[in-house]
Design a protein around this ligand. Structure first.
Ligand SMILES: [Zn+2]
Length: 445
């Protein structure tokens, strides 16, 4: 009880109590019988349930569920969920040509919003509270995220050919600036500049894209070193490997996120470590498209920041960060025959605090600590596959499934309650997607 003479702390808006809290703070502290108080969207207190008490406008008894930070997915194309399962059994290069054909036939602003809502809803329901997303009409993805109540890092797309939206490079720069004008300074949208890759964006446009990002203090994200063919193509064109090329153009720093990085030599890994650029490791996509296995243990040993992404549902068929997390933690053990190649804690960091750091947002999200936004998820520990439960971090990395995510909070707002979205009715979205499916199937016929 507070001292009678001391001013009482303002009442909390929400307290989640009786939870097994995995904070993902710097020491990865775990609070066995914990509680967390939220005030004005931020974490006001966290600690043993007996100390936090229950004085709040709303109290949620977690019933022993795991409370952990919302998952951060650092590479996604949510809108591509419209094309789930459409283009199969091809390696990246012919696969991408078919994907672009389908996208050109189907995507308008309206259908992009539909696909983004579908993909982001899948992410949010599975506990992803922040996603970095690269897609056509990025403002539609930002608006879809806002409707659902989640955070997204997205923004101006750069690609040298006309693309789905049939616009010129000048139009792309103008569109990126419009995006900044609409979303800069928002808590829920992290403006980003997103050139597609070194093989689809020439050196001048890559440098211009990075300059635009720097002008606005924005993030910069591109695909890099995904396949052997891409590395050969860039070496052929510019006489340098992909990472050397990006470094030469001044595109690599702490604000840069590179998706895939499957094919890197030792010096390229050293360049990533020196510049502070982040890798988004996408194991599901890399396996399904037969791209290869990224050198994640070598990157970690070199001090490269490694995070995890799903890529789009057109390559991985769903947006399952739990599958990606488990692969990030197991694949490299098998590939190197070293049981310590990626530790449990390192894997968990990739989808929480490292993901937040990659987006320049570790001061606000990525762990459960006082002062940060209350972006958090409750994981049901009732299922058969959760018994017995000795170590919650081991359970999260190796046993948890997306269907175990029961409740999701963003800035303390419950956006998923008992496995159901609270901000929108997803039924209408599903009906429209299913009605569009025949046209989608016909788009590549
Ligand atoms: Zn991608």
């Amino acid at each position: 009880m507070p001292d009678a003479a001391a001013p009482a702390a303002p009442r909390a808006d929400l307290i989640v109590t009786n939870a097994l809290i995995v904070t993902a703070d710097a020491g990865f502290s775990v609070i066995p019988d914990g509680a967390l108080a939220v005030r004005d969207g931020r974490i006001a207190a966290i600690g043993p349930a007996a100390e936090i008490g229950r004085d709040a406008a709303e109290v949620i008894d977690a019933g022993g569920a795991i409370l952990m930070p919302g998952i951060v997915n650092t590479h996604c194309h949510a809108g591509d969920s419209l094309f789930r399962g459409l283009v199969e059994d091809l390696p990246l290069e012919p696969w991408l040509q078919t994907v672009w054909k389908a996208e050109k036939a189907i995507l308008t602003r309206e259908t992009t919003r539909l696909g983004a809502t579908l993909g982001l809803a899948e992410l949010l329901l599975s506990g992803v509270t922040t996603a970095m997303d690269m897609f056509w009409f990025p403002e539609e993805t930002a608006r879809a995220a806002r409707d659902l109540g989640m955070r997204v890092a997205t923004g101006g797309i750069f690609i040298d050919f006309p693309g789905v939206d049939f616009v010129t490079m000048d139009d792309r720069i103008a569109a990126a600036k419009d995006f900044f004008a609409e979303f800069e300074g928002a808590d829920d949208i992290l403006p980003t500049i997103m050139p597609h890759g070194t093989y689809t964006v020439g050196p001048d446009n890559l440098a211009a894209a990075k300059a635009l990002a720097e002008d606005h203090g924005a993030l910069f994200c591109t695909h890099a070193a995904e396949t052997v063919a891409e590395q050969a193509d860039i070496a052929n064109r510019y006489g340098r490997s992909v990472i050397r090329h990006l470094d030469h153009l001044g595109c690599l720093d702490e604000r840069t996120v590179l998706a895939h990085c499957v094919w890197l030599d030792d010096e390229e890994i050293a360049i990533l470590a020196r510049t502070g650029a982040t890798v988004s490791h996408n194991p599901v996509s890399n396996l399904k498209l037969a791209s290869g296995i990224a050198r994640v243990p070598d990157m970690l040993d070199a001090g490269v920041r490694v995070t995890v992404g799903t890529d789009g549902a057109i390559s991985g068929n769903d947006l399952d960060m739990w599958m990606a997390l488990r692969l990030a933690a197991t694949l490299h053990r098998g590939a190197t025959r070293r049981a310590d190649a990626v530790s449990t804690q390192a894997a968990l960091a990739m989808v929480t605090r490292e993901g937040a750091a990659a987006l320049g947002a570790l001061d606000r999200i990525g762990s459960l600590e006082v002062g940060k936004f209350a972006d958090m998820i409750l994981i049901d520990t009732g299922p058969v596959h959760a018994a017995p439960l000795f170590d919650p971090m081991t359970h999260i990395v190796f046993s948890t499934a997306k269907s175990d995510v029961r409740d999701v909070f963003v800035s303390g707002r419950r956006v998923v309650r008992d496995g159901v979205l609270t901000a929108i009715d997803i039924g209408g979205t599903l009906a429209r997607v299913r009605a569009l499916a025949p046209a989608i199937a016909a788009s590549i016929a």
